[in-house]
Design a protein around this ligand. Structure first.
Ligand SMILES: *Cc1c(COP(=O)(O)O)cnc(C)c1O
Length: 382
């Protein structure tokens, strides 16, 4: 590993390289047999009957919200403590984005705050498995069901995580994940929509490919002019994930369990080695969950010390990052009336958070260096 340790990065080995090279030499570069093979593998791992591979996690969110019918007049309720795409893709469909505050322990959506944010126009609630800790689906599910709202899981951080003995991605009506290089496994760019509902999978699949309908049973033409015929009933985009990248994804998935085990081991090591730093709060995992540890987010107890701690860690070669600036405070959402203090728990979380390096290729020596640097920086500035 080079001098500076990033907060996350991909792990690519010779098998991954060989898989991509073989795909490049095949007859297909984009839509070919590896797309279906990749989808079958992610569906099995996610414990959902249907998986639709798309070109990014953002495309997955956009396709999922489209499938659920989010549009002008409908509302999405989501967490402010997430990447902007969880909210922006709903807004791009014309829906109104509402936020609900998070739980202080995990940074995940607080079901009580969600209950208060629901309105007759709420079409969907999107929980985010922050840092890889599955949200409280056993409480969100009945709440959404009573309200007639769909439950979406933004599982960009939690592919492979489990809660109550089930894959986190199987706990909502529809889950989306990302295969960006910092995520749990990578296809360079890529993502997927995961669902047990065939109707939602079909809508997402069509949206991914310009809205093109090829199923003869669904044609609206009174006469089919020939075998070339297809129809567009609703507009879509080109969100396809190419065969070449599915080849990389399949090779990566074979290593998912090993990657997760390594992340869990690093998290356990940080947990025991950093617990003595009184000025830091370490991440909390709930009972009966197996987080995927996409991020290892510590919180400085005093928000006003965070900047110095950030600088001190950067000076020691740790590529620490903030996940995330609260989404409702971006100017685009402020223009819709959101202001500071509206979601105090998420804002407090974000004002004190820092993500330490965690990724499978981090060696034991790197982990020791992170621990030493964190202790040293805490002594210096906390
Ligand atoms: C990474 C991420 C996304 C977007 O995924 P991309 O593949 O980068 O488009 C969406 N939501 C969350 C929570 C993410 O971390």
């Amino acid at each position: 590993m080079s001098d500076s340790l990033p907060y996350g990065r991909q792990s690519i080995d010779e098998e991954d390289v060989a898989a991509v090279v073989a795909a490049l030499r095949s007859d297909f570069l984009t839509t070919g047999p590896l797309v279906e093979a990749f989808e079958a593998r992610i569906a099995a791992l996610a414990e959902t009957p249907h998986a639709v591979a798309v070109s990014s996690g953002t495309a997955a969110l956009h396709s999922a919200y489209f499938a659920l019918g989010l549009r002008a007049g409908a509302e999405l309720v989501t967490s402010p403590l997430t990447f902007v795409a969880t909210a922006s893709t709903a807004a791009l469909l014309g829906a109104s984005v509402q936020f609900a505050d998070v739980e202080p322990a995990t940074g995940n959506l607080d079901p009580e705050a969600v209950a208060a944010a629901l309105s007759p126009r709420t079409r969907a609630v999107a929980a985010v498995d922050f840092a890889g800790h599955p949200a409280c689906y056993e409480r969100l599910r009945p709440l959404c069901a009573r309200h007639g709202a769909a439950l979406v899981s933004d599982a960009a951080h939690s592919f492979g995580a489990r809660r109550g003995g089930r894959a986190a991605s199987a706990l909502a009506d529809l889950a989306v994940t990302s295969f960006h290089p910092v995520k749990l496994v990578t296809t360079a760019e890529g993502g997927a929509v995961l669902t047990s509902r065939a109707d939602l999978a079909l809508r997402a699949r069509r949206f991914r490919n310009h809205g093109i309908v090829r199923e003869a049973a669904d044609f609206r033409a009174s006469e089919i002019p020939g075998p070339w015929h297809y129809e567009v009933h609703e507009l879509g985009l080109n969100y396809r994930l190419p065969d070449v990248l599915c080849a990389l994804g399949l090779a990566q998935l074979a290593k998912l369990e090993r990657f997760l085990a390594r992340r869990r081991a690093i998290a356990a090591r940080y947990g025991s080695a950093l617990a003595s730093i009184a000025a830091l709060e370490l991440p909390h995992s709930e009972p009966d969950t197996e987080p995927s540890w996409h991020l290892y987010v510590v919180r400085v107890r005093e928000a006003k010390r965070r900047r110095d701690f950030f600088d001190a860690l950067r000076a020691r070669g740790l590529g620490v990052q903030l996940h995330y600036a609260p989404v409702h405070l971006h100017p685009v959402f402020r223009a819709q009336g959101f202001a500071p203090s509206r979601f105090p728990i998420a804002e407090d979380f974000a004002s004190r958070a820092l993500s330490l390096p965690i990724f499978p290729a981090l060696r034991d020596g790197d982990v020791a260096r992170v621990i030493e640097s964190v202790h040293d920086a805490a002594r210096a500035v906390l």
